[in-house]
Design a protein around this ligand. Sequence first.
Ligand SMILES: Nc1ncnc2c1ncn2[C@@H]1O[C@H](COP(=O)(O)OP(=O)(O)OP(=O)(O)O)[C@@H](O)[C@H]1O
Length: 277
Amino acid sequence: MIEFDAVRKEYPGGTVAVAGFSLRVPSHSVVALVGSSGSGKTTLLRMVNRMVEPTSGAVRIDDVDVRSLDPVGLRRSIGYVLQAGGLLPHRTVADNVATVPVLAGRSRREARADALGLLERVGLDPALADRYPAQLSGGQQQRVGVARALAADPDILLMDEPFGAVDPIVREQLQAELRALQAELGKTILFVTHDVDEAFALADEVVVLRAGAEIAQRGTPTEILAAPADDFVAAFVGAGTARRTLRIRELDGRRVVVDGDDRPTGVLEADAREGAP
Ligand SMILES: Nc1ncnc2c1ncn2[C@@H]1O[C@H](COP(=O)(O)OP(=O)(O)OP(=O)(O)O)[C@@H](O)[C@H]1O
């Protein structure tokens, strides 16, 4: 479990990025922090691995204050996925994935074998292992970023706009793969995105932030979409927009779901009729 206890962050110069924030991220769950640019999402994420120290308040992992932990060891024990992969450009794909395990004492040969297995797991051909990041597509780089974050088998994954730099189709593929991976691995995942659809697609719980990381609303995607707490949240999640306002149309005895612009989005299953429990 990750716990933010009344954390505040004021940067030198006086910007209050986080005015006072408390949240528990239960073990094995996926929590998304969403909010507009500058709302303090990245600052919160980086407090977990001590890349940012709170001005006041505390972050605890399984009841241990992260301030009592060695920052280097802490960072190696937590997977961190950045936008555009954040890969080391002068190291091969395999070396990028194997770096942390080698630093932690695993032999190069074993770490490389593990890396090849991880590449396969995230949907990459291990034949790419000896390429450099610049020789991969954006989506492939993101996958390597996920493999690298998983290499030390961390309990916690921090993801900062993990799929922000790829096109929408690749993005959906990566999201689906992460969901499948998470169903198997059960990590504790805290991720940051400004894309509310990504948050809804991946998270068990979504936390919508205003400026200063003030929590506007938190809940499951369904709770937030069904009952936005206020106009800010409604506008942010697009509740009430044509894309979200779904209707049912009958066509040749089948029930098709259409959006507010009459564009089809899916077919209703027999047991998903109105009024069904
Ligand atoms: N090192 C820093 N020094 C001074 N101010 C900073 C620093 N890092 C972030 N800030 C400021 O703190 C506020 C929150 O930044 P943060 O990066 O946490 O927001 P964010 O929600 O992640 O934004 P984005 O979605 O654009 O990445 C912003 O006003 C930003 O300019």
